[in-house]
Write a protein that binds this ligand. Structure first.
Ligand code: CUA
Length: 324
């Protein structure tokens, strides 16, 4: 019994430890969250080993012999055992919840100098508004080593914000604000994933989080402001096609995009004019290409892109598909 239990425990421990279930942590808050995970995982492995040991042992030890036609003898339970297996899990679950509470309090220590970013989720897109900088974008860009407060809400249904590398996850709920405090510790680009089944486009409701050094962040802020005020132009349109998320759903040969959620733009924009393309970006459900679903494309491009950016995107798309 003991050896079976130990074997089961070792196999599960190896599965938990050697398979990289989560990417490397990239936020200050992630370390303590990982500790909670490990505490719960280790407790589960030990209990799993005991249960498997007792089960496998009992299956062989107490099975009916081939010539045994009798009913099993009646059992009236075992009070001592029942108290034991109620008390131990109670103590373990209490320990996990107390430790989780401690970690939650630690991770919710707000730094007075934190940056505020307002996050709005809607079917099926994210937008990020920087009130101090007066910028709204479709990707989350943050400077490394500084705490940020995400003040989050949703326009339509419940969504959930998750960046696996930061470990932190929070629902976004229509009508109320939820918040997350994050201190990114690593430079890089990380996925922003919606983890609440929110409709047909849930699987494509992704954006990205980019963590830059302070100089890079300042430069980005400057570029965003210039882009909002300045003009579009084909070059900027191509860049926007990638950064605004068009490429993940639409195919476009010129941008090497192969998305298949929405219609191929090489085909659907044939012979169309600027007015059509602009209307299709701002009010995507007004006209749906045959064979495709309405309601999948985000309706917030009028908020996240400036007029000049949309014009730049339209100009680029016409140029790339040979229309105009
Ligand atoms: Cu939004 Cu899933």
């Amino acid at each position: 019994m003991l050896s079976i239990g130990v074997l089961a425990g070792l196999v599960t421990a190896a599965v938990a430890y050697f398979i990289p279930w989560l990417p490397d942590a990239a936020a200050e808050e992630a370390g303590t969250i990982d500790n909670v995970y490990w505490l719960a995982t280790i407790i589960c492995i030990v209990i799993f080993g005991i249960v498997v040991g007792v089960t496998v042992y009992s299956v062989f030890k107490f099975r009916a012999r081939p010539d045994d036609e009798e009913d099993g003898s009646p059992i009236h339970g075992h009070t001592g055992l029942e108290i034991f297996w109620t008390a131990i899990p109670t103590a373990l679950v209490t320990a996990i919840s107390v430790y989780s509470g401690v970690v939650l309090v630690q991770n919710e220590q707000a730094d007075p100098g934190r940056r505020l970013v307002e996050v709005t989720a809607e079917q099926f897109a994210w937008s990020f508004h920087y009130p101090d900088e007066e910028i709204t974008t479709g990707e989350l860009v943050l400077p490394v080593g500084q705490q940020v407060e995400l003040k989050m809400t949703a326009k339509d249904v419940i969504h959930a914000f998750w960046v696996p590398e930061w470990r932190l996850k929070q629902d976004t709920v229509p009508g109320i604000f939820t918040r997350l405090l994050i201190t990114p510790t690593k430079l890089g680009t990380f996925p922003v994933i919606c983890t609440e089944l929110c409709g047909l486009g849930h699987a494509v409701m992704r954006s990205r989080a980019r963590v830059l050094d302070q100089a890079g962040f300042d430069q980005w802020v400057k570029e965003q402001k210039e882009a909002r005020e300045g003009g579009g132009g084909g070059g900027q349109g191509k860049e926007l096609f990638a950064s605004a998320g068009c490429a993940s759903c639409h195919a476009l040969a010129d941008a090497s995009a192969t998305g298949a959620v929405g219609p191929s733009l090489d085909e659907s924009l044939q012979g169309k004019d600027a007015a059509f393309v602009k209307a299709a970006i701002l009010d995507p459900d007004a006209e749906i290409a045959e064979g495709y679903q309405s309601g999948l494309m985000p309706k917030n491009y009028g908020d996240t892109l400036s007029e000049a950016q949309i014009d730049g995107l339209v100009e680029y798309l016409l140029q790339a598909t040979g229309g105009g």
